[in-house]
Design a protein around this ligand. Structure first.
Ligand code: ADQ
Length: 496
């Protein structure tokens, strides 16, 4: 990926995320390294390489300890070491209490407005506090090793308490945080215990810059903090919060993907071959192929997507056999009971629908229940006539953008939930409300019937948007905004 110029990165960079960029695992009597998995890690890895920075993350691999030094440090990438990965060890209790518990069974459903699923336990909160302290201590230790005032870039909802802790220990650090998921409105945030609300907001105000995917989430954050900390002042013109003599800026930075890399993958001969095979198998002749790609998560609206299909096949029997639904879903967080139940429900529903509607030459829904390689994903996107994103809430949704980037032939219809952050940007997609099942089915019908000319014109607009707002643009805008926040810091310090 061509990186933006980074003239502003004059401070040592320390990045903190829950997932680590390289994981060491025991395999076949040896140790194997799993390279960066997922778009985000792949996007951030080159920046760390170029700046020789430090990445602090949870040690999730079962051979991580074997290859790290006494402090949990290992140089990566293994074949050409360029930066330090500092691993943080969590006890089994903390994986359960911090990660599966407070982060993913309280904050995740809360931020996605699944109020009835929010499960707050005192022990999980204590574990979240303990884990945040552990990660903060690792960041501080790395900052001391490197020397100077670092730029610390914190990622996501796992680490709301980290910024304030680092701020207290390294007052000169430039700290900013990207919040990948939605931020809830005050009435929803307000279901957390009061003390927890205060701790989370105060923790986040340790940042110099808080980064959100959309205006709506940024506004919710400001509304929550005004309710929780009535003494905080918000200057809307400057997008600046002042509290207890410190300022935090709030910014909107919709995340994107490596557009050129997805386009390259989609054009590889083996991708084209896989794509042709998918079409021959599932969409021969005039039959169309509808695809979806998700982590198996209740926020992605998979069950409602299946209900809309059922509604369509019942109310419009003439549509049966005219398209196949290829559902690619990677298992996720299966240690949490609601996820295990979701998986069970989705599999059950697919078997039932296939039993009811299949014909001799047509299987209505094909499920790929696995984590697949990026080139197979590109082949799926390339083979599709329609891609459906039906999130009930979603910070952004990268799948929508990946689909567009792979449509180098300029065709294909994107059906996009209006509750995904991506809907703010991708206004030429076909919007859908996944809660309104009949209308969802109608929209699928509109997508399937859309004339070629309208498909091409909508896709041209989508491709224009995505090509002009890539992951490089995202990095560039965040890092320059963070640097500007840093300059303000220096000016404030000089004025004292
Ligand atoms: P996620 O909730 O994981 O991310 P999303 O943005 O769709 O959601 O990203 C999923 C990624 O996983 C995509 O890159 C996709 O290609 C990949 N993926 C999905 N299914 C796969 C499969 N079966 N095999 C292999 N890869 C698969 C969170 C937020 C989002 C936000 C991102 C980035 O919830 O709203 O867009 O972070 O900020």
């Amino acid at each position: 990926m061509p990186l933006p110029n980074l003239p502003y990165l004059d401070r040592p960079l320390i990045l903190l995320s829950n997932r680590e960029p390289y994981e060491h695992v025991h395999r076949g009597g040896g140790i194997e390294v799993r390279p960066p998995a997922g778009g985000l890690v792949s996007a951030l890895d080159p920046i760390l390489r170029r700046t020789h920075g430090t990445w602090v993350a949870w040690a999730s691999g079962n051979a991580d300890r074997t290859v790290a030094d006494d402090f949990g440090r290992v140089s990566v990438p293994p074949e050409d070491p360029a930066y330090t990965l500092r691993r943080v060890w969590l006890s089994e209790d903390d994986v359960e209490g911090f990660y599966l518990g407070f982060a993913n069974s309280a904050l995740w459903p809360l931020c996605h407005l699944f109020v009835s699923m929010v499960d707050v336990r005192r022990s999980n909160w204590k574990s979240y506090v303990r884990a945040n302290a552990l990660f903060s201590a690792a960041v501080v230790q790395e900052a001391e090793r490197i020397g100077g005032a670092p730029m610390v870039w914190v990622h996501d909802y796992h680490f709301a308490l980290v910024p304030a802790t680092i701020r207290r220990t390294i007052p000169g650090a430039l700290i900013h945080q990207f919040w990948h998921i939605p931020f809830p409105p005050p009435d929803v945030f307000g279901i957390l215990p009061l003390g927890v609300q205060g701790a989370l907001i105060r923790g986040l105000l340790g940042n110099d810059l808080m980064e959100f995917q959309t205006d709506g989430y940024a506004r919710n954050f400001v509304d929550c903090l005004s309710r929780v900390l009535p003494d905080a002042r918000f200057d809307a013109d400057e997008a600046r919060i002042e509290f207890e003599g410190r300022a935090t800026r709030v910014g909107v930075f919709p995340i994107s993907i490596d557009v050129a890399e997805w386009a390259r993958l989609a054009a590889l001969p083996r991708t084209i071959e896989m794509s042709d095979t998918l079409r021959q198998r599932y969409a021969p002749g005039a039959r169309q192929l509808v695809v979806s790609v998700d982590r198996m998560d209740y926020t992605k609206g998979i069950v409602r997507r299946l209900r809309a299909l059922e509604h369509m096949w019942r109310s419009e029997p003439e549509r049966r056999g005219t398209f196949t639904m290829l559902l690619v879903a990677t298992p996720s967080r299966t240690d949490i009971p609601v996820y295990a139940r979701l998986e069970h429900d989705v599999l059950d529903q697919i078997v039932r629908l296939n039993d009811e509607f299949r014909t001799l030459d047509w299987t209505p829904i094909v499920l790929v229940h696995d984590n697949v390689d990026a080139d197979l994903l590109a082949a799926v996107y390339r083979a599709a006539d329609v891609c459906v994103v039906s999130s009930l809430q979603d910070g952004m949704n990268l799948v929508a953008k990946e689909f567009i980037a792979c449509r180098t032939n300029g065709t294909g219809v994107l059906v996009l939930s209006r509750f995904a952050g991506a809907a703010d940007e991708l206004s030429s997609a076909l919007p859908v409300n996944p809660f309104f099942i009949d209308a969802f089915a109608d929209t699928l019908g509109v997508a399937l019937d859309m004339p070629a000319q309208e498909r091409a014109s909508r896709m041209a607009q989508l491709r224009h948007r995505v090509s002009n707002a890539t992951i490089e643009d995202w990095l560039d805008s965040i890092l320059s905004a963070a640097e500007a926040a840093g300059r303000t810091l220096k000016a404030d310090a000089a004025a004292l």
